[in-house]
Design a protein around this ligand. Structure first.
Ligand SMILES: NC(=O)c1ccc[n+]([C@@H]2O[C@H](COP(=O)([O-])OP(=O)(O)OC[C@H]3O[C@@H](n4cnc5c(N)ncnc54)[C@H](O)[C@@H]3O)[C@@H](O)[C@H]2O)c1
Length: 251
């Protein structure tokens, strides 16, 4: 199987894309470290992973807290010995007009989406460098990291910055065999987008802007992430994979 003998940490594993990628890579032979701030949600994902015959270590973690993140890595190493992959899927979205954005809104968004990705990557890389096995990190950016959207300057800024974080890591740790790549989803059917999916007018408008005429499915993002984690992507680093049904492909 494609990911046999790999141990992968997935943050945000309790919901949406994190859950979908956990199930996908478990089906491809990986053992998992399921990390999320929501313990009940990861217990549910863990039950589904274990039903496939794979291992699932559950870590309740706040990705914005360095101590919590370091404990996650230490627990993962204690359980498995080595870790080979990290998927940074924990994240939040909120729609707020620019002039209404508070410092608190800004800090929360940047802390979870950007600082959280940094802390997880740094702690993971310390372990990966010591292991000398090579490793793969996948960051979740977004089409909002490529183009602007109204009422989400804080989200767009966080997702643009994640792209640069990934590239800087790719450069610094290429010599260690540590690959760092970005997946940038378009509008995907997950709980994060319930506010669009459940509003008939928003739904219609949003789908009209997508050449493929539909929202993406979590499994379609999971496939892209699984590829970047696998040895089939052994020469991919610093790359960015847009998975958006063509939503931002304009000439
Ligand atoms: N769904 C989309 O259309 C879409 C599009 C582009 C990018 N993304 C990005 O993909 C990632 C996953 O999105 P999703 O749709 O699966 O969202 P989701 O809301 O379904 O899941 C996010 C998960 O992150 C967890 N989380 C939030 N804060 C956390 C914290 N501080 N520490 C640990 N876990 C925390 C939540 O508990 C939740 O389980 C996000 O980074 C998001 O920005 C999603």
């Amino acid at each position: 199987m494609r990911l046999e003998n790999k141990v992968v940490i997935v943050t945000g594993a309790g919901s949406g894309l994190g859950k979908a990628v956990s199930l996908k890579i478990a089906s491809q032979g990986a053992d998992l470290v399921l990390a999320d701030i929501n313990g009940e949600a990861i217990a549910q994902t863990a039950a589904e992973v274990e039903a496939m015959g794979r291992k699932a270590l559950q870590c309740v973690v706040d990705v914005c807290n360095g101590e919590s993140v370091n404990k996650m890595i230490a627990d993962a190493v204690a359980a498995y010995g080595q870790i080979h992959g990290l998927v940074n899927s924990a994240g939040i979205f909120s729609s707020i007009p620019f002039l209404d954005l508070t410092e608190r809104d800004w800090d929360r968004m940047i802390n979870i989406n950007l600082k959280g990705s940094f802390l997880c990557a740094q702690s993971f890389i310390r372990q990966a460098v010591e292991q000398k096995t090579g490793a793969s990190i996948v960051f979740l950016s977004s089409i909002s990291g490529f183009i602007g959207f109204t009422k989400s300057a804080h989200y767009c800024a966080s997702k643009g910055a994640v792209r640069q974080l990934s590239k800087a890591i790719a450069l610094e740790f290429g010599p260690n065999g540590i690959r760092s790549n970005v997946v940038a989803p378009g509008t995907i059917e997950t709980p994060m987008n319930a506010w669009i999916i459940d509003d008939p007018e928003m739904h219609k408008q949003s789908v009209a802007s997508i050449p493929m005429g539909r929202f993406g499915k979590s499994e379609e993002i999971a496939d892209a992430i699984a590829f970047l984690l696998s040895d089939e992507a052994s020469y991919c680093t610093g790359s960015e994979l847009l998975v958006d049904g063509g939503q931002i492909t304009h000439c």
